[in-house]
Unconditional design. Structure first.
Length: 324
């Protein structure tokens, strides 16, 4: 929030901040005072059901849809009243109010790196740096003394393909993909040494989005063996990494995958387990977008299909498997 609100706004259109081409009802309306208690109720219930002491509020990509706010009388009046000069000021106002709700519940605020621009309490905020091509945003988060989790798209988004010949998933600029080699070597020289040494960096995280995943089999294929590379990247000092040793140990690990009926990608013998394709093959070109502020925006897409078909078929096999 305030972006990525399309699903909620379809159910409750009175809370929509309006539409722009390609992004209908993408944001909540920050000028509608009824929005805030509506979302606060959801956060309270979420905090009760999942007492982890932290709630992820999002905060990313609002710029994709908040141009719909421009010119709305209620928005204009609100900006004048609060002496806001840009829509980004209004975005930050909205996010601060929702962050205050989370903090009032005794939980920490988790957010994507765009929200580092918002004035949030450093001791109650964790920023997730996801835009590898905007390293300045990581620097800003550290400068503001936020704790940070590193999860850049390259190489830690597991919905990106892992082989140049794969035909379903994402590629950065239509070219770059995320294989186990790049994951194992992360962060390599991607980040300055002083930033990596910061005690504010809590660790690394891989993310996977499921628009191209409709079965447990494909989920396995997209996660393994990249999950092993992620573990080594997180737990091994950069100077102690030995990729040859990792590769040999990874091959031994395949026997464990086989024993557990995990359908994994084999980078040493790709034909062993062909790519699993749940829907019509499609390469999604994730790339830069410019929306008036910030150098980067990620392309969004939708892929149709009957997701429930193979999910039901694989449920009994997958239900006992837990992926951390």
């Amino acid at each position: 929030m305030p972006g990525h609100a399309t699903a909620a706004n379809r159910a409750y259109p009175e809370y929509s901040g309006g539409s722009v081409p390609k992004y209908p009802n993408f944001t909540f309306d920050p000028s509608n005072e009824k929005v805030y208690p509506f979302l606060a109720d959801i956060l309270r219930e979420t905090n009760s059901l999942f007492p982890a002491g932290m709630i992820h509020l999002g905060g990313d990509e609002a710029a994709l849809g908040m141009q719909a706010w421009a010119g709305k009388p209620a928005i204009t009046a609100m900006m004048a009243k609060n002496k806001f000069t840009t829509l980004a000021d209004l975005e930050h106002y909205f996010f601060r109010r929702m962050a205050d709700t989370v903090i009032s519940l005794g939980s920490k605020v988790l957010c994507w790196d765009e929200a580092a621009e918002t004035d949030l309490p450093a001791d109650k905020t964790i920023v997730f740096w996801w835009r590898q091509n905007v390293p300045s945003q990581l620097g800003l988060a550290l400068q503001k003394k936020y704790d940070v989790v590193l999860c850049p798209r390259l190489p830690l988004y597991f919905d990106f393909v892992q082989d140049k010949n794969h035909v379903s998933g994402r590629k950065w600029e239509g070219t770059f993909f995320n294989n186990e080699h790049d994951i194992y070597n992360f962060p390599d020289k991607l980040l300055p040494a002083d930033e990596l040494a910061s005690t504010q960096i809590l660790g690394i995280q891989a993310n996977i989005w499921t628009e191209t995943i409709g079965s447990a089999k494909r989920l396995d294929f997209m996660i393994f063996p990249r999950l092993a590379a992620l573990a080594e990247a997180a737990w091994t000092e950069q100077g102690l990494k030995d990729e040859n040793s990792f590769n040999e140990r990874l091959k031994l690990n395949f026997a464990l995958y086989d024993k557990d009926s995990i359908y994994y990608y084999n980078p040493f013998n790709p034909s062993m387990h062909p790519e699993v394709i749940d829907f019509a093959p499609r390469i999604v070109k994730a790339r830069n977008h410019h929306h008036g502020r910030g150098p980067d925006r990620l392309n969004h897409y939708a892929i149709g299909g009957q997701m429930e078909q193979s999910l039901k078929r694989h449920h009994s096999k997958a239900k006992k498997r837990h992926i951390a």
